[in-house]
Design a protein around this ligand. Structure first.
Ligand code: 13P
Length: 262
């Protein structure tokens, strides 16, 4: 089953790199990555909105195989929503992906389950693949409730999403306690929840759909721990924050097969 899913390594730049830095960074990736890398792994970057046009121009101009996307999307397609960026704007920039429901948006921008659900639908409406972020905080992990909590987030985000759309989704399991902390979930922790996400997708839709969907792990992924996490059967890639800001380190993560399983 796993062989049918191409791993996805996506760099979430968060609020880092202005558009000039984004150009330099993307060029470094372009020169470092080769056809062998792209044959093995899909590579994507999620820059800030203000960088997207520059990244698009580079990717188009040099026919780069790097995919790109945004870190958020408005639930609305147009209108009086000051400060928002719409799905039609992102699809005009040929964004392949958009991260939705990142824990930093849930925590600092009050994104609730209905908002996340509306954004997932906005992405699909505009032909953009959501990278739906789910995952528990430390208190929930300490109480041992990580699976039920994360699956409830998944259920909420997918409410009313038809199978024709859901089969394209990417789900990123990002335990909040492992984000930016250097505290990595063990490969077994990642597998437990990523596996449960796949079982739930089979319950909500079908086994066939669940077998197609890529489930990523995110939280302090580095080249030194990527191979161990990727060895787990239900982990199909990584959403990488801090380590994605260093092009050399990001390329090493893309080449996780070259690293020892630690
Ligand atoms: O939030 C993350 C990616 O979306 C993970 O961030 P870090 O890799 O910096 O822990």
């Amino acid at each position: 089953m796993t062989a049918a899913r191409t791993p996805l390594m996506a760099g979430n730049w968060k609020m880092n790199l202005n558009h000039l830095e984004a150009i330099a960074h993307t060029q470094k990736l372009f020169f470092a990555l080769n056809d062998k890398d792209y044959a093995a792994v899909e590579v994507a970057v999620l820059p800030p909105f203000t960088d997207l046009r520059s990244v698009q121009t580079l990717v188009d101009g040099d026919k780069m195989k790097i995919k790109y996307g945004a870190q958020d999307i408005s639930a609305h397609d147009s209108g009086a929503y000051t400060g928002e960026i719409s799905g039609p704007m992102l699809s005009k920039l040929k964004c392949t992906y958009v991260a939705i429901g990142h824990s930093e948006r849930r925590q600092y921008h009050g994104e609730t389950e209905p908002v996340v659900n509306a954004k997932v639908k906005a992405a699909f409406r505009n032909g953009i693949v959501p990278i739906l972020c789910v995952g528990e905080g430390l208190d929930i992990r300490k109480a041992g409730d990580q699976v039920s909590y994360t699956l409830a987030q998944l259920d909420g985000a997918l409410e009313g999403v038809p199978a024709e759309d859901a089969e394209a989704i990417v789900v990123a399991y990002e335990p909040v306690w492992a984000i930016g902390t250097g505290e990595v979930a063990t490969p077994e922790d990642a597998q437990e929840v990523c596996g449960a996400i796949r079982v739930r997708l089979a319950e909500l839709y079908s086994q066939e759909l669940a077998d197609k969907v890529r489930v990523l792990y995110g939280g302090s992924v580095k080249s030194s721990n990527a191979a161990g996490i990727m060895a787990k059967p239900d982990v199909d890639g990584a959403l990488i924050g801090g380590a994605a800001l260093d092009p050399e380190e990001f390329v090493k993560i893309v080449r996780y097969r070259d690293q020892a399983v630690g």
